[in-house]
Write a protein that binds this ligand. Structure first.
Ligand code: FAD
Length: 452
């Protein structure tokens, strides 16, 4: 280890990644996390013997940086990845459809999936192929795409309501946490190009097989501490400012703490008030990124009602349903389902009793086996600030990692990672910040300067 001390503020996936990447190259890092645990937006709690995640998290096989983090944590075997993209799509009272990729090189792998997708008419399937080809020609980094909407772009390319709802919205809402009609074209195009039109296995879905609190909390903490890193929990940082000799200084629980470099890996809402104006003159604009909520509706049945690990739904308030029975530790023959509802503005303030009425009825319409089943538990988790709002214009508000204050770097899924606000984006941001910190420390060491 070098004698340099790096402070990482925020113990979500971005902060965890930055700390691990630094210590792997011999730089000591201390994580200052306001909450009593690591994991940030991914965490778990217990309720009547069940271990519950705050919200179902999935990743795609193309999320290489996130899977790299799992490897670093020695936890790559704690997730299950489909051997090929395969999603059953339910509709209320109807036969539904299935999207299953072929084992052909991309993007040909999608043709049989679309050809057999019964929720679209043959004409809509053909139009969807044409729109996919047009989408593949876009440059997601073009600033004009950040200013345009995905829904309008698809409508202009002949994508009718049914195709937008039953095909495009299914993926865009889940990956960007914003309805298709409100989503910026740039990140939506990036996700579709990478996941659906890229390598044939890119969209294969991965799901943790242990609670998030273990995967990103206790396992990550043990790994960081084993590597010589320090973790300060309950450590709230209220300011960062330049101090002597160009070293940044933090205020942690009211007391000053010096560091050779700082990675600020807190959500944009906090970063805008902690980062000083001289570091990021644009910082007040970050608040314009806003928030988009996710609601998870948790239902425990007295018997199995779903025979797949997860399904999607269209034409229903249900979007995706996951079987949480094994992960939660439920025993006794019942089944625990989590309904994950992205872009949940409509539901975030709805009372639990009302959600119970809406979602139990919706599940019964989708899952015939749920009709005679008894509900033994029902509860709701709400994440009002699950991600920033990935609407037109949001890309221009995302800052790069480097700031104007030497030694202060930004990280977090909301920064300019080229990815949506996801676990993959968070991990990428942590890797970038760690790389810039190392470069900064090398410069200080060799030149004695405190430049960025
Ligand atoms: C319900 C839900 C479902 C989601 N589903 C998916 C999914 O399926 N797939 C996917 O890829 N992504 C999903 N996401 C998004 C994903 O969780 C986030 O993009 C990612 O975890 C963000 O990581 P982060 O490290 O950037 O930020 P955070 O996880 O927000 O970490 C920031 C940390 O900073 C700490 N902090 C804040 N202020 C201070 C302070 N003043 N001092 C010290 N510490 C502070 C916070 O306590 C927090 O621990 C979901 C999010 C939610 C909420």
């Amino acid at each position: 280890m070098t004698s340099a001390e790096v402070a990482v503020v925020g113990g979500g996936l971005a902060g965890i990644t930055a700390a691990l990447a630094l210590q792997e190259t011999g730089t000591r890092a201390t994580i200052y996390e306001a909450r009593p645990r690591l994991g940030g937006a991914t965490h778990s709690f217990t309720r009547d013997g069940l271990t519950v995640d705050n919200g179902q998290h999935i990743f795609l096989k193309c999320c290489a940086a996130y899977q790299g983090l799992l490897g670093r944590l020695g936890a790559a075997h704690r997730v299950r990845v489909q051997d090929r993209f395969d999603v059953r799509v339910l509709t209320p009272g109807g036969p539904g459809g299935r999207l299953r990729r072929a084992k052909a090189p991309g993007p040909l792998h999608l043709l049989p999936a679309l050809a057999g997708y019964r929720l679209l008419s043959p004409a809509d399937r053909l139009r969807a192929v044409r729109a996919s080809l047009a989408l593949d020609r876009l440059d997601p980094d073009d600033p004009a795409l950040d200013r345009s909407g995905m829904g309008g772009w698809l409508a202009e390319r002949g994508q009718r309501r049914q195709a937008r709802d039953a095909l495009w919205d299914l993926f865009v809402t889940a990956s960007l946490n914003i309805r298709l009609d409100d989503a910026a074209l740039g990140p939506a195009a990036m996700v579709c190009q990478t996941a659906l039109l890229g390598r044939s296995d890119a969209a294969d879905i991965g799901v943790p097989t242990i609670p998030l609190g273990d995967l990103h909390g206790t396992i990550a903490a043990a790994r960081i501490e084993r590597g010589g890193g320090r973790i300060e929990l309950g450590a709230k940082v209220s300011a960062v400012r330049p101090a002597e000799a160009g070293r940044p200084e933090l205020v942690v629980n009211g007391s000053p703490v010096g560091a050779d470099a700082v990675v600020m890996a807190v959500p944009h809402r906090m970063a805008s008030s902690i980062v000083p104006e001289e570091a990021s003159p644009d910082r007040t604009k970050w608040d314009g990124l806003g928030s988009s909520p996710i609601v998870n509706v948790h239902v425990v049945y007295d018997r199995p009602v779903l025979d797949e690990p997860f399904v999607a739904a269209v034409g229903s308030p249900v979007q995706w349903v996951f079987d949480r029975t094994a992960v939660s530790g439920l025993t006794g023959g019942g089944q625990y389902l989590a309904v994950s509802v992205s872009a949940a503005d409509r539901w975030i303030d709805t009372p639990t009793a009302e959600l119970r009425g809406v979602y139990l009825a919706a599940l019964e319409r989708l899952l015939p086996a749920a009709r005679p089943a008894r509900v033994t538990d029902f509860f709701v988790t709400r994440e009002r600030h699950a991600t920033f709002r990935q609407s037109p214009g949001s890309g221009a508000l995302r800052p790069a990692s480097a700031t104007r204050l030497p030694g202060l770097f930004l990280a977090g899924a909301w920064t300019d990672t080229g990815w949506p606000d996801t676990m993959e984006g968070a991990v990428r941001s942590g890797l970038t910040a760690a790389r810039l910190v190392r470069r900064h420390l090398n410069r200080v060491r060799t030149d004695g300067v405190s430049g960025r």
